[in-house]
Ligand binder design. Structure first.
Ligand code: SAM
Length: 287
């Protein structure tokens, strides 16, 4: 069964009496070369567990099942579950879980399924919730080897931006703490049904096995990034004034000690720069 054929997609959904649910970000792939390319690029070895988020009717799930030893796919829409049971019936290495990726206990699910394997994430993400899903994956306590996701093109540009570029933002600096990000390829809107208004892109994040960044206080380090980008048009010194416990002079001294110009803005700082700055700031804290 060609799960990327629009007639097949429509027929499967009609048989279950369901339609596309916009609130779940349902734009299904209808160009079979795209799930093939995503599946090819999301892991470097066959013996891995792939966590897929939002399998839809299973077009990407099938390509993952053909390439990797085990696939667990979490789908929120209960109307799609009977379809997935049919389309995945030929694969004994796929488990479909009905649930919300934002609520499921991912650590427990992965421990149960991984059986010692490396775990990689692969997904054509629902666009309404891209950043919360990425943050959840990074904070759920599972050490993924990589995360490969299709997102809106402009989000992809943000995720993979270099410091100082217009697209660089808090999420870029946060991802830089966890690993390296690369934009792989773009996907035109016409490859989806229904077609979204914008084009998409696939990005892959390779997560550090040994994190090279060592903030003295991780929680504070993330607060500094959030504050730095909270008011983008302000200088870093002014933007960081929202952090409690510092006077402006202390902030200015910390910025100077790190070797940044006094009027620097947050978007010029790399992840490593934010680590240095947050460590320097901690020494200036007024307690
Ligand atoms: N993988 C399919 C494809 O590429 O054609 C469908 C991708 S579609 C962009 C996003 C999928 O994520 C939909 O199947 C949607 O129901 C599902 N989804 C949306 N929110 C979700 C959530 N919070 N947890 C799990 N799945 C979700």
């Amino acid at each position: 069964m060609n799960l990327c054929n629009p007639s097949v997609v429509r027929a499967l959904m009609a048989e279950e009496g369901i339609t596309f649910r916009k609130e779940f970000g349902q734009n299904f792939l209808i160009d079979f070369t795209v799930p093939e390319r995503i599946a090819d690029s999301c892991a470097d070895r066959e013996d891995v567990l792939i966590l897929e988020i939002g399998p839809g009717i299973g077009c990407l799930t099938k390509e993952l099942a053909l390439r990797y030893s085990r696939v667990v796919a979490i789908e929120i829409d209960n109307g799609l579950i009977p379809i997935l049971e049919r389309t995945m019936a030929e694969f004994d290495n796929v488990r479909v879980v009905h649930g919300d990726v934002m609520e499921i206990d991912l650590a427990a699910l992965i421990t149960e399924e991984a059986q010692g394997r490396e775990v990689a994430v692969c997904a054509n993400l629902p666009y309404y919730i891209t950043t919360p899903i990425l943050m959840r994956l990074l904070e759920c306590g599972v050490r993924f080897s990589s995360i490969t996701v299709m997102v809106q093109n402009e989000v992809a540009a943000r995720l993979a931006a270099a410091p100082g570029k217009g697209d660089y933002g808090a999420i870029t600096a946060v991802l830089g703490y966890h690993g390296t990000v690369k934009k792989l390829f773009t996907v035109p809107a016409g490859c989806f049904m229904p077609a979204p208004k914008v084009s998409s892109a696939v990005v892959r994040m390779d997560l550090y096995r040994e994190n090279p960044h060592h903030p003295k206080d991780e929680h504070f380090f993330f607060s500094v990034i959030r504050a730095a980008f909270g008011m983008r048009r302000k200088t870093l010194c002014n933007a960081l004034a929202v952090l409690g416990g510092f006077d402006k002079e202390g902030i200015a001294v910390a910025i100077e000690e790190c070797g940044f110009p006094a009027d620097v803005r947050g978007e010029r700082l790399s992840t490593a720069d934010f680590v240095r700055l947050s460590n320097a700031l901690l020494e200036k804290k007024n307690i």
